[in-house]
Design a binder for this molecule. Sequence first.
Ligand code: XIL
Length: 448
Amino acid sequence: MRSLRTGLSLAALVTCLATLFTAPAAHAAETPLRDLAAAKGKVMGTAVTGSKLTGTYGDIAGREFNALTPGNAMKWGSVEPTRGSFDWAEADRIVDFAEAHGQQVRGHTLVWHNQNPSWLTNGSWTPAQLSQLMNDHIALEVGRYKGRLATWDVVNEPFDEDGTYRQTLWYNGLGADYIAQALTAARAADPSAKLYINDYNVEGVNAKSTALYNLVRSLKERGVPIDGVGLQAHLILGQVPSTMRQNIQRFADLGVDVAITELDIRMQLPSDSAKLTQQAADYKAVMNACLAVSRCVGVTVWGFTDSDSWIPDTFPGQGAATPYDENYAPKPAYHAIAESLGGGTTTPPPTDACTAAYSVTSQWNTGFTGQVRIACSGAALSSWEASWTFGAGQRLTQAWNASCTQSGATVTCSNAPYNGTVPDGGSVTFGFNGSWSGGNPVPVVTLG
Ligand code: XIL
């Protein structure tokens, strides 16, 4: 309005607005994330609130995602608030919506220490009663949706940060065997659903993820039904663990699937463009870690819009953690997800069939060793240049098998005289040392 009063013509204003909105509008017309993901055989899911599945929220949930997870609707406290009296309305609504939109459903969650009904948590139960309660709950809830849900998070958050079992109603009453019991009951109730154990802070290699790894290995050895591991991935800006891909791979190597089940990347509010750019790189790093491992079945975001995210309530002062802002406008993170799934470019660059993957191979207080592996399939290179931007002030100190320079945050590495050739089906790896402080997020490498 101020522009109009200062004399700008309406036509000029319209042109100006059209220019402003060209980019988002063009993106909105691009291939939905679910189609990009499906073309790669991956799940791109979101947690949803059933009561919101109309209007713009419903349009985006249906258009962009091929899987839904009820954010709260299937938790014990939601479905059986009073003993013996059930409320399935919101859970049913989500499952119906998913079926109408050709989406999978991830059931969440059966056995947890949070969001249980008070009649359960306040009761005093013998081990036999507790076991009966748990098994009946699983039989009832899994049985209700038998054949309709792709996946269940059977056990949620069983570990403490140091890798010991979390002291919960279940662990204290039944010992660690509650996990095997729960999985066995879920398999009996729906033999076609994939059964997962799901936890947070298990995205990288650490004490907690190693405890989960050892548990899954022993469950497999004992023949307990376990199909997958869910890495929640409630992450902090700039802190995608550098060992995420390696961690996903080690679970895959045990013979189970891996899913990123609750991805969000929170920041101190207010957000600004630098933070949103970092967030986009972080989303891309998580996507790429999953896409790099064939048994990583896909990624679910924990709410697709900042207006439906748990972060501001749980972490005061933080937020803006999801791919869409509060007004349903896609953020840089949305475009980063699309790009990682192969969208966002109309003409693929000629080197598309050669890709570069960055990984941190070891890290200590102030330094780290990393590598970039360039691999070709359906194409070949006779020389190469790999570049990336360090997101957290990292500095390159030394490189081998490549000639590298750093200018500001940008690192550019070109082949040594002896390793410029990357044949179709072959690869070349170069290494480097660097320094870091504060954070060491994994950058995305561009091949030129
Ligand atoms: C969260 C929901 O998003 C909130 O609405 C609710 O108030 C608390 O729980 N790990 C999980 C999820 O497995 O179930 C949690 O969901 C987030 C952390």
